[in-house]
Every structure is written in C-alpha cells, then in structure tokens.
Design a protein around this ligand. Structure first.
Ligand SMILES: C[S@@+](CC[C@H](N)C(=O)[O-])C[C@H]1O[C@@H](n2cnc3c(N)ncnc32)[C@H](O)[C@@H]1O
Length: 266
C-alpha cells in the first residue's frame, strides 16, 4: 500500500498484522484517530466513520474522496511551479497554507518537505522545510495513488472532531480501531489527550457493548513504554512487531526491535 497522506505514527507496517485480530464480521467501522488512514485502507470496510482533531487533515481526506482529479491537478500545478521557480515557491505555498489551511497546499507540502514529515508548531503552523535534494513525487505517480485511495474510501465519512464525538453513533456490533498519540510523547502529533478521560471513554465503549482494538504503547529495545491499562477495560493484550527503530538507526547505527501493544475488549 502506498500512502496518500504521509503521517507521523502511521500504522502502515503493522496494518496487516492488526487486521488479523479483527472479528470476521462487524457493522460500521469507526476510526477516531485517522491520521494517514493505514488501517482504514487495510480493512477496506463498506461503511466507516473516521475522525481526527486536525482540521486540515480532514479537509484533505474529503478532497481525496470527493475531488480526486482536481486534487491531483492542483498538486501538478504546485509541483511545476517548484521545478520552475525553486525554493521560493515552496515557502510561498507554506505561507499560504498557514494563512488559509487549504488542503491542496497541505498535500503539496507533505510531498516536498524534509522526509515527507507533516509537522506543526504549537500555533498549528506547518513548519517543516523544503527537502532541497528531492523534487517531490511526480504528478502522474501521485495521481494514481490519489485515485486508488479515492476509490477505496467512497464508503467513509470524515469529520474533524474529538475522538469521543466520532464514535457517538456507534452501536453494539460495530467496531472501533483506536490509535491515539502516545501519552509519553510530546509535540510529535497534532493534539493531546487526557489519559483519565480516555480510560472513561474505553469504559463507555465496554458498557455500550462496542468492540474496540487499541494500539497503545510499546517496547523499544530495552525501554518499556507500556502504560498499565486497567485490566478490567480489556480482554486481550498482544504485542505487534513494528520493525526497527529508524531513529536509533540514524543516531548510532544500531537497530532496536520495536513492539507495539494491541488491546482488545473481546
Ligand atoms: C498515532 S496518530 C494516528 C496514525 C494513524 N493510525 C495512521 O496510520 O496514520 C494519532 C492521531 O490522533 C490525532 N489526535 C490527537 N488528539 C486527538 C483528539 N483529542 N481527538 C481526535 N484525534 C486526535 C492526531 O491528529 C493524529 O492524527
């Protein structure tokens, strides 16, 4: 699967493994921390409700779903401008995005910034720089990816919302996949969540008889980031291999095994 939105904390490498823990049948699929949507793509449900706190991200999802050809063409226009004008085009488009939060600008920035990392500062401004040594994915290649994802997500609805609002309409028989930002990381993702409020939320899903899978915490090398989820909130806890830590690889050429938790209430 080629990502259409490159998002920090993507579950791309674990998506198929996580999918293997899904029940065979379920009603509506809910994903309240959608980010780059790797699980949505892997599950490919006929009906889903997805949310995220990041408004421009949700606007971009809606463009991919509703106007894929136009989005691809808007990328082509910006990409050509970058090839012709050089770096000033990138920084003009970044300024424009920070003023108007236009999703077409966000897509362009995500494909031409350093390491393709969508990054916002505390004021919600996109602050990553241009990746000088790369020219950004060619418009024809990105168009194919956009059209493929657009076809995949026609049964999905996207809302800019707090996670607990996204699943308000869920009923018994539906399934919720949760991938919140890690509680121990700061500034890596857009938005933060209150741990106790989140535990109450899981309890509420249990009371309502709604199945959930939660990607939560992990073990990296010798460091254990496992947060003790109260035992009464889940029935099953698995560790999913998520490859090696690239951060460590860059720092001292060592690789460390990374395991991420998957909790299920069924
Ligand atoms: C770990 S990322 C999800 C990555 C996603 N699973 C993927 O494969 O790309 C966590 C997401 O939660 C969102 N988020 C943070 N706080 C939130 C909140 N209170 N309600 C809803 N979404 C929130 C972030 O914007 C981010 O997209």
């Amino acid at each position: 699967m080629k990502p259409v939105i490159k998002w920090s904390g993507s579950k791309r490498s674990q998506a198929l493994k996580i999918k293997s823990f899904f029940p065979e049948t379920f009603g509506t699929y809910f994903e309240p921390f959608i980010g780059g949507g790797s699980m949505l793509y892997a599950i490919n449900p006929s009906k889903s409700i997805c949310g995220d706190i990041c408004v421009p991200l949700i606007d971009l999802w809606n463009e991919i779903k509703e106007h894929p050809e136009q989005l691809a063409s808007e990328y082509g226009t910006r990409w050509s401008r970058l090839q012709n004008e050089g770096y000033t085009a990138y920084y003009d488009i970044r300024d424009a995005f920070n003023q108007h939060n236009n999703p077409q600008d966000l897509l362009f920035l995500s494909r031409t910034c350093v390491n393709g990392l969508i990054r916002f500062n505390d004021k919600g401004e996109f602050n990553n720089s241009l990746h000088y040594s790369r020219s950004g994915i060619k418009p024809d290649s990105l168009r194919e990816i956009i059209l493929d994802w657009s076809a995949h997500i026609q049964g999905a609805s996207f809302f800019a919302n707090e996670y607990y609002n996204t699943t308000q309409s869920a009923v018994a028989g539906d399934i919720v996949y949760l991938d919140p930002p890690y509680f121990h990381t700061k500034g890596r993702y857009f938005g933060t969540i209150d741990y106790n409020r989140f535990l109450e939320y899981l309890e509420d899903l249990n009371v309502r008889g709604i199945k959930y899978l939660l990607s939560f915490d992990g073990i990296r090398g010798k460091e254990n980031y496992t947060v003790d989820l109260p035992k009464e909130l889940y029935k099953r806890h698995e560790f999913i291999p998520s490859g090696n830590s690239t951060f460590k690889k860059v720092i001292d050429k060592e690789t460390e095994k990374v395991l991420e938790s998957l909790y299920m209430n069924y």
